[in-house]
Design a protein around this ligand. Sequence first.
Ligand SMILES: [Zn+2]
Length: 273
Amino acid sequence: MSEKCYMCDMPGITVEHVPPKCLFPELKDAGINLRLNLITVPSCEEHNCKKSDDDEFLMVSIAGILGNNSIGYEHYNGKIQRALKRTSYKLLEKVFLKKRVVRLGNENKFIEVLWGTPDYKRLIDCFTHIAYGIHRHHFKASFSGSTEALLGFLHTNIPNPKVFKAFIREKAGLELADKTKHGDNPAVFYYQYTDPDQFGIYLVKLCFYQNVDVYISYMPSFSEKPFHIAFELMGLGCKTIITLGDKEFVFNSAVELDDPTLQSGVDGEEDDR
Ligand SMILES: [Zn+2]
């Protein structure tokens, strides 16, 4: 056997879990087996050991997110809190570039919520690795090309974040509606693939604790560069409306409000000149 690493051309001499095993609570903590048939791919030594730090980072970043199911919540309050205490919360410093703890509720009953700026670049990197691993597992072939990640659960500073996220969610939701959810521990993790579009681009949805959703698109190296006039306009900051089924998504509407001349142009009478 000489299978290649899921990330590079080196021999895959070790076994790598995707997503990392530490995201899946242990039997003794969860009371039920949430580690059924965990997904593994062959990995070279470099791509495997480089990741153990990242695995912990990812676990601390996403297990405690508000809105997760009870499995994620218990995991965060059990194993992860123990890990945090062990490191005197230094681990948290690594996860959040800026943070504060917010208490919700009254004195007797409250939950502590972390409110902060996560290391966005590192998160993207972690999820991209998972997307490569899942691709290898699902299609029995390594992915070659470029990927783009959208973290549906985070608020970011990219332009049009809210509308864009709602749009991707809606579009992916339509395309994924009849697609199988893969993964034997769906309460912790599952994934779904769309069919390739006319450009050969396809998308995976990674879902953790039934709440943390990540969308990653794959553009194979052989595919054409896509061109969509609506997205080009959005990039230029023009007000753009995209209709999907019976829903309308308005991009860059703030630009229009800031600029009365544009506003009147929209209402505008016909220009006959
Ligand atoms: Zn490698």
